[in-house]
Design a protein around this ligand. Structure first.
Ligand SMILES: Nc1ncnc2c1ncn2[C@@H]1O[C@H](COP(=O)(O)OP(=O)(O)OP(=O)(O)O)[C@@H](O)[C@H]1O
Ligand SMILES: [Mg+2]
Length: 494
């Protein structure tokens, strides 16, 4: 790709960008949120048309003016947000639009037989007739890769393929990538997880503000080198939270909480004002369910919530919110945000009461609050009126956080707050949490990012199968200690 430029209304997404990739090469494309990574690969995938620039494949000039054209040129795409048809089965998805037919009808036997070898190649142990919605996100991603392989893709684009995968699924994806590489397939790998990039990529290309910002050869790929390419400066000390449990010890208490997912288990813990309590555990350990039960969106079967000495009724999101307890949920698509709304409207949504007098919304106040969060979180957007659906993935996540930060919380529960967020923005979010803690907010952070949970927490609760398997104090923090408890090991005495 040479001299690629692309503008959206009010945004220069790409300016004169160059990208090349060799057969059998795994190329990492890195950059901060909004740097233009997805836009660049969407141009290669025929989703967007460039304003200028050319694309050559195998020495020939090509025009990729549609997704079908990209298919024809052997370009496969595993998107940042999966777009799989849930109601079809595995084989139906792989051969969508190219189903083998007999007398005009889809030949079921044939399509299953044709799909099988691709599943085996990827080590995906499911029947081709399994409906898609029965598969985990990781498995659905493998189906997308199978689809690309079945179309004989020469180039496969993976846009943040691991952002919703478990540790184990990530490992098997990295294994699959090695296999694809051996078959001579070129892979463009976009990720914010720099550890993975170091592990599986042959070369790194960085974008910054829509422009090429340099690259790294295999032997030069290090965490720090990648960060300074992306950010253009050193970030210095990443995690700065100093322990600070101000106020009473047990400011917010959860007592004998029973969630409907694990009816046989009770969860009890407390958080101090100004404390950051991390929640670690494997996917499925019940951390999100705990948070949703506290917040009253999932029905708790039993339990007690106490804030600053007074009890708050269980299973009432209304009273939980009224008492200043907020949850920034994990899945921004389903509960955090309205994609068709502007940034301003999303940020003010949960706190409209604060911006209205006698039922009328005070627009300047609403605007000021939105601008404040946009600045604080460094959201990259033309203005507060920009539609959230048009922002890059990481910037959407920042809007989710901004919405809750605008509400003067007492207790904040973050569920995977930095998923899909770049290093610079992560640091901004950690600084914000630190500042909130200093003001006496009790903070609960559920995170699957080991480095993060060890870096920002004052204590860590490790969950296993619906219960807290152990509570680690700062002196006990280590990756091994967290893993040991997360897989069901016994806690050792503090
Ligand atoms: N359809 C669109 N309409 C308007 N602006 C867009 C559209 N798609 C992308 N943009 C803008 O183009 C810029 C580049 O976005 P892009 O999605 O390519 O970033 P990215 O590098 O993939 O970021 P992330 O790491 O957050 O996914 C951003 O400022 C984004 O808001
Ligand atoms: Mg992107």
């Amino acid at each position: 790709m040479k001299g690629i430029s692309k503008a959206f209304p009010g945004v220069r997404a790409l300016a004169d960008v160059h990208l090349e990739i060799a057969k059998g090469e795994v190329l990492a494309l890195i950059g901060e949120n909004g740097a233009g990574k997805s836009t660049l690969v969407k141009i290669l995938g025929g989703v967007h048309q460039p304003d200028s620039g050319i694309i050559d494949i195998d020495g020939k000039r090509v025009t990729i003016d549609s997704v079908t054209a990209a298919d024809r040129h052997g370009i496969g795409f595993v998107h940042q947000e999966l777009n799989i048809l849930d109601n079809l089965d595995v084989a139906g998805n792989v051969f969508l639009g190219r189903e083998p037919r007999k007398f005009g009808l889809i030949n079921r036997r044939q399509i299953y037989a044709d799909t099988q070898p691709y599943l085996e190649m990827l080590g995906l142990d499911v029947d081709p007739s399994t409906p898609l919605h029965m598969l985990s996100i990781g498995q659905q991603q493998m189906v997308e890769i199978a689809k690309a392989l079945s179309k004989d893709a020469r180039i496969i684009i993976m846009d943040e393929p691991t952002s919703s995968l478990t540790l184990k699924e990530t490992e098997s994806l990295l294994r699959v990538i090695k296999g694809l590489k051996e078959r001579g397939i070129a892979i463009i790998y976009i990720s914010h997880r720099l550890g993975e990039v170091k592990e599986c990529c042959d070369r790194v290309v960085a974008l910054r503000d829509g422009e090429n910002a340099g690259g790294l050869a295999k032997e030069d790929i290090t965490h720090d080198a990648m960060v300074s390419l992306m950010v253009g400066r050193d970030l210095g000390d990443f995690y700065r939270h100093e322990e600070c449990r101000v106020g009473q010890e047990a400011y917010f208490q959860v007592k004998d909480l029973v969630t409907s997912m694990y009816p046989g288990k009770k969860i009890s813990f407390d958080v101090g004002a100004g404390e950051i309590l991390g929640f670690a555990g494997l996917v499925g350990a019940g951390r999100s369910e705990m948070a949703q039960a506290v917040f009253g969106v999932d029905r708790a079967l039993a339990g007690k919530l106490v804030l600053d000495g007074s009890e708050i009724p269980l299973n009432s999101t209304r009273s939980v919110i009224r008492n200043g307890i907020f949850l920034a949920p994990e899945d921004r698509k389903s509960s955090g945000i309205i994609l068709d709304f502007s940034i301003q409207h999303n940020i003010s949504l949960a706190s409209l009461d604060a911006f209205s007098t006698f039922g009328l919304i005070r627009h300047e106040a609403e605007r000021a609050a939105a601008d404040e969060q946009i600045n604080a979180l460094n959201v990259k957007a033309p203005s507060a009126d920009s539609i959230v659906g048009n922002l890059s993935g990481g910037n959407q996540q920042k809007v989710v956080l901004g919405k809750w930060l605008a509400m003067s919380p007492k207790v904040l529960i973050f569920d995977e707050p930095t998923r899909g967020i770049d290093v610079g923005a992560k640091r901004e979010i950690y600084n914000l949490m630190d500042a909130l803690a200093k003001k006496g907010v009790a903070i609960i952070v559920i995170s699957s990012d080991m480095e993060e949970v060890l870096g920002i927490s004052d204590r860590i609760a490790v969950m296993h199968e619906g219960a807290i398997a152990g509570m680690l104090s700062k002196e006990q923090f280590s990756e091994e200690a967290v893993m040991h408890l997360a897989v069901g090991g016994k806690a050792t005495a503090a």
